[in-house]
Ligand binder design. Structure first.
Ligand code: SF4
Length: 500
């Protein structure tokens, strides 16, 4: 049990290579102190300076850049018997006046350093610095001390192959990369929808559903083994959808993927003409039906995936520094969680995703409009609304049972009791479905009239046939651009790219 961090969820790392007896003894000594104080897992890539001196690796997902969508003030979504590590970090950072420190984009772990001591490393780093201030000068000048302190630890925690920062990096291209981006740039209210990838091997069902949605929505999302439950993968589903004439948003989650596989999968998607990628950390295996896999399921988190893919696109480099001759064209997205944690903390997380590379955000489903606008205001206070396209999520409730399941068992979803009561009182199956549609239409009306939003994202959860009716009855604008090539403002010129 540590003094400052919530209890450690996973065992400490061990060095990959055997070390000398003296070094092992020193590592054990460091581990005993840092373990007792910070719950340290000895990841060897210490970012305690960033995280208000609470070890982020005590988070069951090992997230190094902020909380996940299911975090609540009371408990961790993976292990409800413990508090959320990241909630503790935000609260402590706020008390210490260090909230803005949480904006720096931290690197994934360098496995070569995992399990090693870090104190000797710090001494070596100080010794090897070329331009070192004199210690006495530092003691005399507080500002200089703070500046040198920050620089020293920045160099330690940001390896050359990562160089994360806390800045916004606007995309470096001019013409829209995808139809979705082109539609969002028109300023119209843009609708996207989700198609559930099939459990079986037939792609015909995707083509059929894409046919229902073509002309109604700008693009269709394909989840990536959501709830840690296997289905047809997101890339194949997206490709089948695009071949059926509807642009896809491929969801790409970090769970179960190493950094190399994430780069390779994203590049494969680019090769197939998939232009929209929504980057996620992913649901923990606790939520899946299969026996739980090993504790460490996450090599990267959503922020890191965005940072890595944006640099592949805009800087033309892989994480290992190799140059990319023909750069991938991706319009990058992220997920937003209006109900996860305190809106001001969620806004920091959203800012981090936007700084890393998110150009659009699709959120968890909105049922509680007032709490949603709290989140929106928190984003506005951080001046984020001009930097990202916001598409709040909407789920039409098909039955009272589904509504209760979502309210009780799906992390990050909040359904007000009065809506549950309406669903309960709606009578038989058909009555409940009609009530769910009525609730959805009421919410669409509110969202359409909310400043700061750029559209909405309908997640009909195996009820995709309802989407055209919602679009029709809510009088949602149809997408202006539905086919490649996207006409340029000057119609004499046209982009020479094709989706499939
Ligand atoms: S709720 Fe999420 S972010 Fe918080 S400790 Fe649990 S897994 Fe980590």
């Amino acid at each position: 049990m540590s003094i400052f961090s919530p209890p450690r969820y996973q065992p400490p790392f061990s060095p990959a290579q055997r070390e000398s007896t003296a070094m092992r003894a020193f590592t054990a000594f460091e581990k005993s102190i840092k373990g007792a104080l910070f719950g340290c897992r000895m990841c060897g890539n210490c970012i305690l300076q960033e995280t208000a001196f609470i070890c982020p690796m005590t988070c069951p997902k090992g997230l190094r850049n902020g909380l996940c969508g299911g975090a609540t003030p009371e408990q961790c979504e993976v292990d409800p018997s413990r508090p959320c590590t990241w909630y503790a970090i935000y609260e402590r950072a706020e008390k210490m006046g260090r909230l803005d420190k949480l904006l720096e984009i931290n690197a994934p772990i360098d496995g070569n350093r995992a399990g090693h001591e870090t104190w000797i490393d710090m001494v070596r780093h100080w010794r090897d610095r070329e331009e070192k201030p004199h210690l006495l000068d530092l003691l005399r000048d507080r500002d200089k001390f703070n500046e040198e302190w920050d620089k020293f630890f920045y160099d330690l925690r940001q390896p050359d192959w990562w160089q994360g920062d806390a800045e916004y990096h606007p995309p470096t291209y001019d013409e829209p990369i995808s139809l979705l981006e082109a539609n969002l740039r028109t300023g119209a209210f843009v609708t996207t929808a989700e198609i559930a990838p099939p459990l079986g091997a037939s792609g015909a069902i995707i083509s059929k559903k894409a046919g229902w949605l073509k002309g109604q929505v700008a693009a269709a999302n394909f989840t990536d083994n959501a709830s840690a439950s296997a289905r047809m993968n997101s890339m194949a589903s997206s490709q089948i959808c695009q071949q059926s004439g509807l642009e896809a948003v491929m969801q790409l989650q970090a769970r179960d993927r190493s950094r190399v596989i994430i780069e390779a999968d994203a590049m494969g998607a680019a090769g197939l003409g998939i232009r929209n990628i929504l980057c996620l950390s992913g649901d923990h295996h606790r939520f899946g039906p299969t026996p739980m896999v090993k504790p460490d399921q996450f090599d990267m988190d959503a922020v890191q995936v965005l940072w890595m893919l944006r640099r592949m696109r805009d800087d033309g480099i892989y994480l290992d520094g190799r140059a990319i001759k023909r750069r991938p064209m991706w319009f990058l997205g992220a997920a937003g969680s209006p109900y996860g944690a305190n809106p001001k903390f969620e806004a920091i997380r959203a800012e981090k995703k936007i700084n890393a590379g998110a150009q659009f955000i699709q959120t968890q489903p909105i049922f509680d409009y007032d709490r949603f606008t709290d989140w929106l205001e928190a984003l506005d206070k951080r001046n984020l609304l001009d930097k990202v396209y916001l598409l709040p999520g909407l789920i039409p409730l098909k039955s009272a049972r589904a509504a209760h399941f979502m309210a009780g068992d799906v992390p990050g979803v909040v359904i007000p009791p009065e809506l549950l009561k309406r669903m309960d009182a709606a009578g038989d199956k058909d009555g409940q479905a009609e009530e769910g549609i009525a609730i959805a239409l009421e919410m669409i009306e509110k969202l359409k009239n909310t400043p700061g939003l750029n559209g909405m994202h309908i997640m009909a959860v195996h009820w995709e046939a309802i989407v055209p009716r919602l679009v029709e009855e809510a009088d949602l604008p149809r997408p202006l651009y539905q086919d490649w090539p996207i006409p340029k403002e000057d119609p004499a010129e046209e982009t020479a790219v094709s989706v499939a």
